[in-house]
Design a protein around this ligand. Structure first.
Ligand code: GDP
Length: 445
């Protein structure tokens, strides 16, 4: 099996000690491994090359977050960049369904999972969006395929167009449109014929059908296990008939999902859904995060990213604490504290977390100190100038009036805030003197 990327990078970075920033050399070494991992995951060479270059530019010089290794940091950067390429714009699972009956054209090679996906999608539209759907098979070369769709329809409770032997695909499409209109359907889905390989006859046929129904969505169904081939198929279909999105099937298999990245990078078309099995509900909205994790071969990537983020916050807190120890606590610090409070679930949340603060929390509540006050206090600080925030002692009566007015509040509110700041600054100083392992550090955990 493949060695996963985090293991690879781990090996590379074992020799490196933690430094302040990622050096050129670190990044280059790491990205060589990333490139190999991408190729193993079936990403095409030019796409892998382009991608690595992009990440290299982003990563060089970035400061290394404490408590993650440089290798992990690179993985995080790579992960975010992967999500970026995979995501594109818009909501992947959303289909353009407006004027009923809306035509949806399903195209792709034989065996890609087109008929199965047509059924899955019809079921989804019916059950989740309450649409009335009509399905029609245009595969006149394989009567078995037409039967297959009819059987699926019965299984999932979705109507199919009655089969009329000997009719041409274009005529079936016209009939489907007519029946969908008369029958009051919201959507009609056309399951076109597939071939083993792309050929002119197939393309011409799809083109004719397209011209007749003018589909709102033309979804290409491709086998996600076929990697590079899937991308070539997408390019050809797009050039000839124009596709609006892609469904990658067999993503439940062993494949590493590299096709998804090449697909996005090369065709620029959104991947809307992924097929995750043979059952009729094994269809999911495409999630860039998940596929990125899979390409990297590390399931815990999301946890890692979150951990790194927490670490950044912890570092900020530590920096602040060093300032407090020196007796520095200005309005900017107070503002940061207030904002942190809001983020941590407001006054009540924080007091609840601090040992011995339960009683005080009650008092605070009784005094009418709620989260709205915090917001108002932040507004007051925001109307101060930079200099005033750094040194609130500068504030004269006239400025106080202006600041209170600017924040739409009374001067008495500002005075309360200033008093609170003085008290907190005093307290911080005392706590700071108690040393690094002191109460403040405990309280900030
Ligand atoms: P078509 O020729 O493109 O219409 O392909 P079919 O819909 O008949 O599918 C071919 C085979 O692939 C069938 O056995 C399906 O059950 C299977 N299949 C389709 N989608 C998926 C998928 O997402 N995962 C798995 N494991 N099998 C799938």
């Amino acid at each position: 099996m493949f060695e996963n990327l985090s293991e690879r990078l781990g090996g590379v970075f074992d020799r490196l000690t933690k430094q302040g920033a990622l050096s050129d050399e670190d990044v280059k070494t790491a990205l060589r491994e990333v490139r190999v991992a991408l190729l193993e995951a079936d990403v095409s060479l030019p796409v892998a090359r382009d991608f690595v270059k992009k990440v290299q530019d982003q990563a060089t010089g970035q400061s290394v977050t404490k408590s993650v290794t440089p290798g992990q940091q690179v993985v995080k950067i790579v992960h975010d960049a992967l999500v970026d390429v995979l995501a594109g714009e818009g909501d992947p699972g959303a289909l353009k369904i407006d004027n009923p009956p809306t035509p949806i054209l399903m195209v792709g090679l034989q065996g890609s999972g087109k008929t199965t996906t047509t059924g899955k999608l019809a079921k989804r539209l019916t059950e989740r969006e309450g649409k009335r759907v009509l399905m029609a098979s245009l595969d006149v070369y394989r009567p078995a395929a037409m039967e297959q769709l009819a059987v699926l329809g019965t299984q999932i409770g979705v109507d199919t167009l009655p089969i009329v032997p000997g009719q041409k695909p274009v005529d079936i499409a016209k009939r489907a449109k007519q029946q969908a209109t008369m029958g009051g359907y919201d959507v009609y889905m056309l399951d076109t014929a597939g071939r083993l390989h792309i050929d002119e006859v197939l393309m011409d046929e799809v083109e004719q059908v397209r011209n007749v129904v003018n589909p709102r969505e033309t979804l290409l169904v491709v086998d996600g296990l076929t990697g590079q081939v899937a991308v070539e198929v997408a390019e050809e279909f797009d050039a000839k008939v124009g596709i609006s999105g892609v469904v990658l099937t067999r993503m439940d298999g062993d494949g590493r999902g590299g096709a998804a990245l090449s697909m996005r990078a090369v065709t620029g078309k959104p991947i809307k859904f992924v097929g995750l099995g043979e059952k009729m509900d094994a269809l999911e909205t495409f999630e860039p995060d998940r596929i990125a994790g899979r390409i990297l071969g590390m399931g815990d990537i999301v946890a890692l990213v979150e951990k790194a983020q927490e670490t950044i916050e912890a570092e900020q807190a530590e920096r602040m604490m060093r300032r407090f120890q020196k007796g520095q606590f200005n309005m900017n610090d107070l503002k940061m504290q207030l904002e942190q409070m809001m983020k941590m679930g407001g006054m009540e949340g924080i007091m609840g977390m601090m040992p011995g603060m339960g009683k005080m929390a009650k008092q605070v509540q009784e005094a009418g100190f709620d989260d709205k006050i915090i917001t108002r206090q932040i507004a007051l600080i925001q109307s101060m100038t930079k200099k005033e925030r750094a040194n609130p002692k500068l504030l004269q009566a006239s400025r106080k009036k202006r600041i209170a007015k600017g924040a739409g509040q009374d001067v008495s509110e500002l005075n309360k805030l200033l008093k609170m700041h003085r008290q907190m600054a005093d307290m911080m100083k005392k706590m700071g003197k108690m040393g690094k392992g002191g109460m403040l550090k405990q309280a900030m955990k």
